[in-house]
Design a protein around this ligand. Sequence first.
Ligand code: ITT
Length: 185
Amino acid sequence: MPELSDVYFVSSNHHKFQEVHSILDRLHITVRYNKATLPEIQSASLYDIARHKAAHAYTLLSSPVIVEDAGLFIDELNGFPGPYSSFVFDTIGNEGILNLVKSDRSATFSSVVAYSDGHTQKCFSGNIHGMISKEIMGTGWGYDPIFVPDGSDSTLAQLDKDSLSHRHLSLESFAAWFTSHQRTI
Ligand code: ITT
């Protein structure tokens, strides 16, 4: 199958890019990396944050771009750290989260991918449910070593996460839309 036109992924996080590249590659979309820290608005909505990042990224590159905003929403903590996941990881880390969760360990990992090409802006979301583990298991990045997806006994750090992650789901939706969008332009 021929490759679709390139799209840039703009992010400060190389781990995210590696996952985005591997997932989109399997869906025949070539993605290029532009490493940049985009300004993030303060909002409870990953959609608003992602949309804002995409608009800013397009002004930087003047080429079709995707960005992502992701977060871990823990039920017992009323959705914390949610949109503050990056800051919370850098401050209290996984040990800090394990100390905060006492009884209800249910959580959701969410990803919102936003696309912009200067004319069209679209968002695509993916969510996976699971539990916060009782201890750190595995050596993945971010919250992967403490998130056990439903139906598994292992954390994302111990699994082939690219076939089941929140990012996989949001990018699958993006890829389906982008493939048909490319055919119409
Ligand atoms: P950007 O430059 O793309 O914004 P970032 O790392 O700041 O990079 P986010 O604002 O989306 O990204 O922050 C989400 C944080 O949530 C991220 O830094 C990780 O700590 C965590 N996170 C998100 N997705 C994750 C995943 O698949 N595995 C592990 N941790 C994840």
